[in-house]
Design a protein around this ligand. Structure first.
Ligand code: DMJ
Length: 461
């Protein structure tokens, strides 16, 4: 084997399973002018992807960016991309695009459909998107749509346990789906609570709060919750605890519901939970920090698994005041990103090895960089954000939009562009690089889909 071939072999072996977690090369700091320029570049990328949606998938849920056609979640479209994108288009000042999206939504979105929809996804994307866009535009048509959607979703809460069924039929109100998880039952109150305040219908707040409290009440002796439960019996199916997908935003909403509504129950539940997370899941290694799996009842350590969804947690730590842990966890997350130049869905940090190689255009690590940049006043977070934006463009952009990746190792593409790329990924990149005036974090709380919800003291607008 000659020197070049040895070098290539070493590179390839490191791509999937590199055992070294040593600190990789550090991206250079960027000044205010460079950051402002990046914000403009993000805006142009949003325009590019929106143009692709408009040309090839107008009126449908999503653009399939490789086949250049529409993709719908159900038998009929619920305009996922326009609703998820609208507040981003407004915040970025893309006025024509925002007006087009708003008119499409106001004139074509119809929830009277005989389809079973995912309660959690529809709440965070559509209800959240309609409410934030209503608060930004004062367009009453958007609030009317949100109220109609909320009414149609409410039967999801009618279970013996108070934990919501996974799916609800928008026309008949019939429900189905027994196996659920804390993220699905506990990531509803910001949206339903805002709807309650804006419509003067407290039932929305009460139902969603009960689901959150019922989830919390089922925590194990450790204070942690598990990975899945049965909605009818309220019993746990899987006691594995972690901060990743299926649990993640339950913890996020405990803190954020305190921030948005000043609900002291939420603060108390958050305090118990974050203490348990740091006691049983935090895993400091070398100069960084990871969060592992553990059993919710015994605290017995489980997998050393982390991934793109877990990477929201540095942001939540920073937002709730724990900057020391937030910095270390974001640094760890960025090392995961740098191993292949973009982050995988799932990763074993003890072996520094990719477990599930896909990248769905997820925002969480950028969301965390945004919170740290706002709250930590270090140039580091924009510097790593600039690196991630360059990588994101390099590997995911195509001629009509952005594509997910089947593998961050091979960079093979996938024919999906989820609506959250507009709602979250681009929005967090923009907010990371733009000035603070772009969004006042003192007056809004971002839902888990990055829809900014403004405090509403009582019924009113
Ligand atoms: C989004 O729909 C939300 O951020 C949710 O909480 C988790 N998954 C996606 C983005 O990765």
């Amino acid at each position: 084997m000659n020197i070049t071939r040895i070098f290539i072999a070493l590179l390839l072996s490191c791509a999937g399973a590199c055992t070294s977690a040593a600190e990789p090369a550090s991206p250079p700091a960027i000044d205010a002018a460079a950051s402002a320029k990046l914000a403009v570049e993000v805006r142009e990328e949003v325009r590019h992807a929106w143009q692709g949606y408009k040309q090839y998938a107008w009126g449908h849920d999503d653009l399939a960016p490789l086949s250049k056609g529409p993709h719908d979640w159900y038998a009929s479209s619920l305009l996922m991309t326009p609703v998820d994108a609208l507040d981003t288009l407004i915040i970025l000042g893309l006025k024509d695009e925002a007006n087009d999206a708003r008119e499409l939504i106001a004139t074509k979105l119809n929830f009277d459909q005989d389809i079973y929809v995912k309660h959690f996804e529809i709440t965070i994307r559509l209800l959240g998107g309609l409410l934030s866009s209503y608060q930004l535009t004062h367009d009453e048509r958007l609030l009317k749509l949100a109220d109609d959607l909320g009414t149609r979703l409410l039967p999801a809460f009618d279970s013996p346990s108070g934990l919501p069924w996974v799916e609800v039929n928008l026309r008949t109100g019939k429900t189905r789906g027994n196996e659920s998880n804390p993220a699905e039952s506990g990531t509803l109150l910001l949206e339903y609570g805002t709807l309650a305040r804006l419509t003067g219908k407290p039932i929305y707040y009460d139902k969603a709060k009960r689901a959150l409290v019922e989830t919390y009440n089922r925590r194990g002796k450790t204070g942690l919750v598990g990975a899945s439960f049965d909605v009818a019996s309220g019993k746990w199916i899987d006691s594995d605890s972690h901060i990743g997908g299926g649990i993640d935003s339950y913890y996020e909403y405990l803190w954020k519901c305190w921030k948005l509504f000043g609900d002291k129950d939420c603060l108390a539940m958050w305090q118990t939970s974050i203490a348990a997370i740091n006691r049983h899941l935090a895993d400091p290694r070398d100069d960084v920090l990871w969060y592992r799996h553990a059993d919710m009842n015994t605290g017995k350590h489980g997998q050393t698994e982390y991934g793109s969804l877990h990477a929201f947690f540095p942001g939540l730590l920073a937002y709730s005041g724990d900057l020391a842990r937030a910095r270390k966890l974001e640094e760890a997350s960025f090392r995961m990103w740098q191993q292949n130049g973009i982050e995988p869905e799932s990763f074993d940090y003890a072996q520094f090895k990719v477990l599930e190689p896909s990248y769905a255009l997820r925002p969480e690590i950028i969301e965390s960089a945004f919170y740290l940049n706002r709250l930590d006043a270090s140039p580091r977070w924009r510097a790593i954000g600039a690196q991630m934006f360059a990588d994101f463009r390099r590997y995911c952009r195509n001629e009509v939009g952005y594509t997910a990746l089947k593998s961050v190792v091979s960079k093979e593409r996938k024919d999906r562009m989820e609506s959250f790329v507009f709602a979250e990924t681009f929005k967090y990149f923009y907010l990371l690089f733009a000035s603070k005036d772009a969004l006042d974090l003192d007056t809004v709380v971002l839902n888990t889909e990055a829809h900014p919800l403004r405090r509403v003291v009582a019924q009113g607008k």
